[in-house]
Structure formats: structure tokens, C-alpha cells
Design a binder for this molecule. Structure first.
Ligand SMILES: Cc1cc2nc3c(=O)[nH]c(=O)nc-3n(C[C@H](O)[C@H](O)[C@H](O)COP(=O)(O)OP(=O)(O)OC[C@H]3O[C@@H](n4cnc5c(N)ncnc54)[C@H](O)[C@@H]3O)c2cc1C
Length: 273
């Protein structure tokens, strides 16, 4: 994280823009406890869309459905999302819906299917560790969706998710093989949200065989992770976005990052001592 406050995130977005890298902004927080908290989140993002447009930043916004009240009232969460989709349209930006743990997969897809019908500047994250994702992709494709493909960051049981990293990676590749022809036809916006540069290179080879140029391949990574690779991919002509998180509700987010890469625990310990 560049810092807890929005100003630090916006400053980072300005610096990325100078390097030809776009930003995805997200205020940390999930599972709000009441709808007035969700309302505050909506107001925050509405004014952020306006600020991004006013400052001429190359930035999109990503939100968690449980940050908008999905746990409390799905209808209210939907109308919150719609407000943000309208703000994205008004400022010619883009609204992404994060994918959370598997308890929320179906309700999140429901929200997106409804939203996409009226709001083209919206997209959803899907996770390659879930067995169901291939069916979800096939069902979404007729909607001309935007899909941000991630491997998945939550602890899920083997009954519903691949446990071995090699299977998650193989499914990621298979899902991209399925989706790339739709990108080529202009019917899908696909963002490869991964730091796995070897996997990105394999996907690029498939894209090249389809005649899909690099300028139509999008990659997104998290702030501070593989920054050198983000810069390299941007130099080589990929569309690159950096997901910048900010805010004080960083604890759950931080634990997921540690779980992804236990070596980071050692890294933190070294900084402490
Ligand atoms: C833009 C973006 C949006 C995301 N949105 C979601 C979402 O909505 N829902 C969701 O479930 N998950 C989301 N994630 C997280 C994702 O699911 C993975 O947990 C995370 O990206 C790590 O997997 P990987 O694809 O980078 O591959 P991995 O195979 O885990 O990592 C590949 C390489 O990247 C480096 N790396 C990866 N993670 C770290 C780290 N934390 N610290 C240091 N190095 C690291 C390592 O060198 C590793 O070898 C998002 C990730 C990104 C980049």
C-alpha cells in the first residue's frame, strides 16, 4: 500500500500514469455491519470517480459487494452498485466488482448479470481456483462482459476448488484459451490479474496465434508486487494496471497477502528486527 489515505493512492496513480500504467483504486473494507456504512462507501466512491475525471487520471475503481451491504440486503447492495455504475458511466471510467469467498459467488454473479444489462462500463472478477468458473464464464459470455481473471485469494474446500497450485494455474490457462477468441471478436474485455509472468507469457503465445495484438491484452497486478514486471509489460505494449489499495481496514487484506506468499512473513519479521 502506498499509504492509508486516498491522497497517497492518488499520488501513486499520478506516478503510474507517467510510466504508462493505469490504476485500479480500491478502499479496503468488507462485510460492513449496516447500510449507513455502505452508503458512506458509495458516497466515497462517487466523489472518487469525479476526482479521477477532474484530475485526468487513468484510473478505474474496484469494490467488494460486502462493502456495499450484500450481507445485509442484496437489493440495497444492488442499488448501491447501480449508483456507482452510473458514476462510472458519467465520468467515462469503469467499475469492477471484486469476487470474495465462495459464499458470495452466486449472489455476486447475480448482481453483475443484472448490472451488466444496463451498464456496459462494469466488470467482475472470477477465480480460476473454483471448479464452477468455467460454467460461469460460459454463462456470462453472451452479455459481452468484462472479466478480471484471478487465481483466488480465499481458503476454499477441495469439494469446490482446486487445491494444487498447478491445477489452479492449468485452469487459468484453460479459461483464457476459452476467452481469448471472444476478446479477439471484441465481445469480451479480459484482464489477466496475476503476478505470474510465466503464465502471462504462455497466454500471450495463444493470443498471438489468434492474431491478437499486445495492445489488446490487459494485465493487472497489486501495488508493490513485481513492480519491475509491471513496468516491463507496459514498455512491451501490454495495457497494464496497478491495483492500489488504501484505507485503514487493511488487516483482512494483509492476511490474504501473507497467506499467498508465506515468504512475506519472513520479510516482515526481518523489517521488525
Ligand atoms: C489486480 C488484482 C485483483 C485481484 N482481485 C481479486 C479478487 O477480486 N478476488 C480474489 O479472490 N482475489 C483477487 N486477487 C488476488 C488473486 O486471487 C491472488 O491471490 C494473487 O494475485 C496471487 O496470485 P498470482 O496470480 O499472483 O499467482 P501466484 O502463483 O500466487 O504468484 C505468482 C508469483 O507472483 C509473486 N507473488 C504473488 N503474490 C505475492 C505476494 N503477496 N507478495 C509477493 N509476491 C507475490 C510471487 O513471486 C509468485 O511466485 C487479485 C489480484 C490482482 C493482481
Amino acid at each position: 500500500m502506498p499509504g492509508e489515505g486516498l491522497d497517497a493512492a492518488l499520488k501513486a496513480a499520478v506516478e503510474f500514469k507517467a510510466q504508462g500504467i493505469g490504476s485500479l483504486l480500491t478502499r479496503l473494507g468488507e462485510n460492513v455491519k449496516n447500510l449507513s456504512e455502505a452508503g458512506d462507501v458509495v458516497e466515497h466512491y462517487e466523489s472518487l470517480f469525479a476526482r479521477v475525471a477532474q484530475d485526468g487520471l487513468d484510473a478505474e475503481i474496484s469494490v467488494k459487494p460486502t462493502q456495499l451491504g450484500l450481507d445485509i440486503d442484496p437489493a440495497a447492495a444492488y442499488s448501491n452498485l447501480e449508483r456507482l455504475a452510473r458514476a462510472a458511466a458519467k465520468t467515462k471510467s469503469f467499475l469492477w466488482i471484486d469476487m470474495e469467498g465462495s459464499a458470495y459467488t452466486e449472489p455476486t454473479l447475480d448482481l453483475y448479470r443484472r448490472l451488466r444489462a444496463d451498464h456496459p462500463r462494469t466488470g467482475i472478477a472470477l477465480q480460476s481456483y473454483l471448479h464452477r468458473t468455467v460454467d460461469d464464464v460460459v454463462k456470462l459470455l453472451p452479455l459481452k462482459p468484462a472479466i478480471r481473471l484471478v487465481k483466488g485469494a480465499y481458503a476454499e474446500p477441495p469439494a469446490i476448488a482446486f487445491a494444487a497450485k498447478k491445477d489452479v494455474d492449468a485452469n487459468y490457462l484453460a479459461l483464457c484459451t476459452l476467452m481469448l477468441p471472444h476478446v479477439k471478436q471484441g465481445k469480451l474485455r479480459l484482464v489477466l490479474a496475476t503476478h505470474d509472468v510465466e503464465l502471462i507469457a504462455r497466454i500471450e503465445r495463444i493470443a498471438r496465434a489468434l492474431g491478437l495484438e499486445r495492445a489488446r491484452m490487459e494485465v493487472a497486478m497489486l501495488y508493490g508486487i513485481r513492480a519491475d514486471q509491471q513496468a516491463r509489460l507496459a514498455r512491451e505494449g501490454f495495457v497494464v494496471k496497478d491495483l492500489i489499495s488504501y484505507g485503514d481496514a487493511w488487516y483482512a487484506w494483509y492476511l490474504r497477502r501473507l497467506a499467498e506468499r508465506p515468504a512475506n512473513v519472513l520479510f516482515v519479521a526481518r523489517q521488525l528486527f
